[in-house]
Design a protein around this ligand. Structure first.
Ligand code: G6D
Length: 338
């Protein structure tokens, strides 16, 4: 069977702070339509069919085509964003690598969250058409937000013939540096305006262990079994509130492993996430409140990632990229109905 390549469109999408123009790219294939911005690599909308075939937007996004302006004005929850140079927290906004101590920009108390105050989510990326979709690239200069080394980085968003979205990241550095890239989309499979996912959606995670954290979200050491705790999603169950934790994914480290399956009984939509990353952060958006146009639990973020604070945690899978190496990471988001 032959399949038509992804249809790709581009249009102006407002300006980022500093007046830099941004673009919005629209990818369409296999029943899925994705809109993403060159500002922050933000996934603004993902439209997929429900069990009756009606297409609806299943991510929390900010409305219009002038997207960059709206997202730039909204500091906070990383709606749909491409997160880097290091997704999640680095304790004390500092780490020591090869005997040298580095100080990052703290942006959550004393800690560094999602790459610092001006992370990858607040940058304008260069976009180019590639088979199946669009590739975003940028160079993160040495010292950006305190991170060592110049990092050339790309994120390639593609749709396959079945309408599955893949995001593939690559990076190379000229000095050793921590790297962990993710996408921070909040999913609501009944539609962005449908009300909370908490209490309505069912979640299954491919994780029998998780990383316990302190009140600031900093790992307290190692991983613990989920069995017998509120973190046990090995069997699908209705999502409850109060989750903001990293799960250690089961399965072999080579290739993509199962991360999560989210199911919305009302619409019948199913999202299946597979990833090459060792972890996934489950965040139930409990803190959402005005002026955000979404309430508590309106969406759920499933952020594939290296473990939080891995640069300070020798027991965690390493998350350092060295010169001559290539960082590669891939996460796929497949859509179906039942
Ligand atoms: C991440 O784990 C964090 C949350 O604590 C944070 O509030 C959110 O990003 C914006 O998921």
């Amino acid at each position: 069977m032959t399949s038509v390549d992804t249809t790709v469109g581009r249009e102006a999408a407002g300006t980022a702070p500093g007046g830099r123009p941004a673009e919005r790219w629209t990818l369409e294939r296999g029943g899925t339509r994705v809109r993403l911005l060159t500002y922050g690599g933000i996934v603004q909308s993902v439209e997929v069919p429900d069990r009756s075939g009606a297409r609806g937007d299943v991510v929390l996004g900010l409305g219009s085509a002038a997207g960059a302006t709206e997202y730039a004005a909204c500091r906070g929850p990383y709606l749909g964003a491409l997160v880097g140079r290091y997704a999640n927290r680095i304790a004390g906004a500092s780490f020591t690598l090869d005997g040298t101590a580095y100080a990052l920009v703290p942006n959550e108390g004393p800690n560094c969250l999602h790459g610092g105050a001006e992370g990858f989510d607040r940058r304008v990326w260069r976009a180019e058409r590639v088979p199946g979709g669009v590739r975003l690239t940028r160079v993160s200069p040495a010292g950006e937000q305190g991170f060592p080394g110049r990092l050339a980085v790309s994120a390639t968003y593609t749709l396959d013939a079945a309408g599955a979205l893949a995001i593939a990241y690559e990076a190379a550095a000229d000095a050793p540096t921590p790297v962990s890239l993710t996408n921070h989309t909040y999913w609501n499979l009944d539609g962005a305006a449908s009300g909370p996912v908490v209490g309505t959606h069912e979640l299954r995670l491919g994780a029998s262990r998780m990383t316990p954290v302190d009140a600031a979200g900093i790992p307290t050491g190692g991983t613990v079994p989920v069995a017998g705790t509120r973190h046990d999603f090995r069997t699908a169950r209705v999502l409850d509130a109060g989750h903001d934790h990293n799960f250690a994914l089961d399965g072999a480290a080579d290739g993509e492993r199962f991360a999560a399956e989210l199911y919305a009984p009302a619409s019948g939509r199913v999202l299946t996430i597979r990833t090459t990353e060792p972890g996934v952060q489950l965040f139930t958006a409990d803190s959402f409140a005005p002026p955000l146009p979404f309430g508590p639990g309106a969406g759920v973020a499933l952020e594939t990632q290296a473990f939080p604070d891995a640069p300070n945690r020798p027991e965690f899978p390493p998350a350092v990229l060295r010169p001559g190496e290539r960082y590669t990471s891939r996460t796929t988001y497949a859509f179906s109905v039942r």
